[in-house]
Design a protein around this ligand. Structure first.
Ligand SMILES: NC(=O)c1ccc[n+]([C@@H]2O[C@H](COP(=O)([O-])OP(=O)(O)OC[C@H]3O[C@@H](n4cnc5c(N)ncnc54)[C@H](OP(=O)(O)O)[C@@H]3O)[C@@H](O)[C@H]2O)c1
Length: 253
């Protein structure tokens, strides 16, 4: 017997959808019947490829290119989404960037850029989409943070950890404020997932990374996609203000 689609009739907005974790969130949600608004920074070709993949599931989809660190762009995502599909039910803030220079070598530009994208971008998107969720008394917001919000790591600049710790705090704040309106706001904190992001490290650093994980492997993006499905669907209606750690056991140490 076929199981029922878990997101049928739902509208999901996913930033960072052209590759990596965001792409797999999009594929998982499309498989489960959602209509999708896909966003990425500049890789039109990759986003079109994801769009075609999700259309193969029969999903309705629009794809938008722009920078979530710009308020005006986030406003335009909201307008386009509402025009295409009406009020959004699910917002996944997955767009993210990282720099790896150590504290003393990190430029001020890098400091600001990472926080602008990872924290301010998610904040702008929440500001656009949550009021409609409040009005309809239903919504799911998922913020992609990182295990680095919870422990320091030498492979990233401090701006990355700070941006994700800020996003964790924003997640809790919004969860508390909007709980009476039946809006669940949660974070997923991936550990080391095999996307382009860890690929920007040296092979030695990647090997060290793998060995440091109790499961002795990097995670797969689809393993994060399935967790996002849990938080986006009715399976988690009493879950809010929490962080789901998806890291092969890394935070146990
Ligand atoms: N991979 C990991 O091990 C890991 C671990 C912990 C947390 N995370 C978090 O999980 C999320 C996804 O990571 P990932 O590894 O899948 O990343 P990725 O493969 O590097 O993909 C990043 C995605 O974000 C988009 N993006 C970047 N800056 C943007 C901006 N300013 N405006 C709009 N879109 C933007 C990119 O668009 P373009 O393709 O157009 O550049 C791309 O779609 C990130 O927030 C990351 O911090 C990842």
């Amino acid at each position: 017997m076929m199981s029922e689609a878990k997101l049928s009739g739902q509208v999901a907005v996913i930033t960072g959808a052209s590759r990596g974790i965001g792409r797999d969130v999009a594929l998982t949600f499309a498989r489960e019947g959602a209509s999708l608004v896909l966003v990425c920074l500049r890789d039109q070709k990759a986003l079109t490829a994801v769009q075609q993949e999700v259309e193969a599931y029969g999903a309705r989809v629009i794809a938008l290119i722009g920078d979530v660190s710009e308020v005006v762009f986030c406003e335009s995502v909201y307008s386009a989404s509402k025009e295409a599909f009406g009020v959004a039910d699910i917002l996944v803030n997955c767009a993210g960037t990282i720099t790896r220079a150590p504290f003393e070598e990190m430029s001020l530009e890098d400091w600001h850029r990472v926080i602008d994208v990872n924290l301010h971008g998610a904040f702008y998107m929440c500001r656009q989409f949550i009021p409609d969720m409040r009005a309809q008394k239903h919504g799911k917001v998922i913020n992609m943070t990182s295990q680095m919000a919870h422990m320091p790591h030498p492979s990233a600049s401090p701006s990355y950890e700070v941006s994700k710790a800020g996003l964790t705090a924003l997640t809790r704040h919004l969860a508390y404020q909007y709980a009476p309106y039946n809006i669940c706001v949660n974070a997923i904190a991936p550990g080391s997932i095999d996307t382009d992001m860890p690929k920007s490290m040296t092979e030695t650093a990647r090997e060290r990374l793998r060995n440091g994980v109790p499961m002795k492997r990097l995670g797969e993006p689809e393993e994060v996609g399935e967790c996002a499905l849990f938080l986006a669907s009715d399976m988690s209606n009493y879950v809010t203000g929490t962080t789901l750690h998806v890291n092969g056991g890394s935070l146990m140490k």
